[in-house]
Design a protein around this ligand. Structure first.
Ligand SMILES: NC(=O)C1=CN([C@@H]2O[C@H](COP(=O)(O)OP(=O)(O)OC[C@H]3O[C@@H](n4cnc5c(N)ncnc54)[C@H](OP(=O)(O)O)[C@@H]3O)[C@@H](O)[C@H]2O)C=CC1
Ligand SMILES: O=C/C=C/c1ccc(O)c(O)c1
Ligand SMILES: [Zn+2]
Ligand SMILES: [Zn+2]
Length: 352
């Protein structure tokens, strides 16, 4: 991704560090496109550095390992997600929830311990410390597994952490995109009654017939929203833009939880009685740990879950990002990195 409006230097496609003693060299096979890649590429968070190599739903094959690597072997099919480093000493690191380490290193748009920029999965190869590399279990196609490494674990982690795994719970999935569609699948597999809350009725038939949702609400349908008041134990909120909170807080039962997942750089608002009268919680959650990534992969194999994806070549990536931004994908793009000529795609891409 070039810096918008400026001449872009050539992408350093083959420049990665020497294999360290605990490093795994991964030949990238597939990489999902998350809405966070749009936030990062378009500098929605104000901290983007260019040139940038996005991609944090990475599945690949191990082609080399450092001498101290014990977790992985050459030939393994593995995954890499959002985080590739942490301090290993703080409370979250010691509790194996390293995604909450304040010294976390992001898989791209960050600086590694050697002072070099981190680069994500829209590249032919990644070099990653073994701690942040997970095995893709047999029974999952590599392209299907890619979205589980961010979208999948991002919904699995809060359901588990907030005690929302019991069968029979009534959950709402707000925003039926990449993260949201995994929310429907994971929550259904836990035995929940799942209501999709969407900005339009366009996805109703797919949500009910293919994803297995039990109910579908269009957020602008005031009558349907009123009829559903006080009915949900939780809402998984994946909307990536500013939105009102009160219509959704009204859907929660006593002690209901509204879990914010979308990255929104503007204040969200609500009046306090909306949470007081019903002891409701508004909380948030950030991806999941390496352990939880391994768990969700196993959960998906055990429950027979897959992601619903559209596989594209790297030459299509800019169009895919535009389609994702205009809500035109069912439900995740996955780039066939190994099957693309990425040097050619990079050379041909407009530099904006
Ligand atoms: N907390 C975390 O750890 C993580 C956070 N994220 C963040 O979660 C958010 C969702 O990610 P992802 O699922 O990949 O995104 P998608 O674009 O795939 O899905 C977002 C969904 O939100 C709904 N939506 C409502 N308004 C808009 C709008 N103006 N523009 C686009 N979508 C809208 C749409 O659903 P509908 O058509 O049903 O209304 C859309 O499908 C992003 O902000 C992303 O950065 C992602 C992964 C991890
Ligand atoms: O897609 C994964 C990353 C999500 C994310 C969540 C919060 C935040 O501040 C980010 O920069 C990214
Ligand atoms: Zn993501
Ligand atoms: Zn730490």
């Amino acid at each position: 991704m070039g810096r918008p409006g400026r001449h872009r230097p050539p992408l350093p496609l083959h420049l990665h560090r020497q294999t360290g003693s605990e490093d795994v060299v991964v030949k990238v096979l597939y990489c999902g496109i998350c809405h966070t890649d749009i936030h990062q590429a378009k500098n929605h968070l104000g901290a983007s550095k260019y040139p940038m190599v996005p991609g944090h739903e990475v599945v690949g094959e191990v082609v080399e390992v450092g001498p101290e690597v014990t977790k992985h072997s050459v030939g393994d099919v593995v995954g890499v997600g959002v985080i590739v480093g942490c301090c290993r000493e703080c409370r979250p690191c010691k509790a194996n929830i390293e995604q909450y380490c304040n010294k976390r290193i992001w898989s791209y748009n960050d600086v590694y311990t050697d002072g070099r920029p981190t680069q994500g999965g829209f590249a032919s190869t990644m070099v990653v410390d073994q701690k942040f590399v997970v095995k893709i279990p047999a029974g999952l196609a590599p392209e299907q597994a890619a979205p589980l490494l961010c979208a999948g674990v991002t919904v699995y982690s809060p359901l588990k952490h907030f005690g929302l795994t019991a069968p029979g719970l009534r959950g709402g999935i707000l925003g039926l995109g990449g993260v949201g569609h995994m929310g429907v699948k994971v929550a259904k597999a836990m035995g929940h009654h799942v209501t999709v809350i969407s900005s339009s009725s366009k996805k109703r038939a797919e949500a009910m017939d293919h994803l297995g949702a039990d109910a579908y609400l269009v957020s602008s349908d005031a009558d349907a929203m009123a009829a559903a008041a006080d009915s949900l134990d939780y809402i998984i909120d994946t909307v990536p833009v500013h939105h009102p909170m009160e219509p959704y807080l009204a859907l929660l039962k006593l002690d209901g939880k509204h879990v914010l997942l979308g990255v929104i750089g503007e204040p969200l608002s609500f009046v306090s009685p909306m949470v007081m009268l019903g002891r409701k919680s508004i909380t948030g959650s950030f991806i999941g740990s390496v352990d939880e990534a391994e768990e969700v992969l196993k959960f998906c194999v055990d429950k027979g879950l897959t992601s619903q994806i559209e596989v594209v070549k790297m030459g299509y990536v800019n169009e895919a990002l535009e389609r994702l931004e205009r809500n035109d994908v069912r439900y995740r793009f996955v780039v066939d990195v190994a099957g693309s000529n990425i040097e050619e795609a990079a050379a041909e891409a407009p530099s904006n």
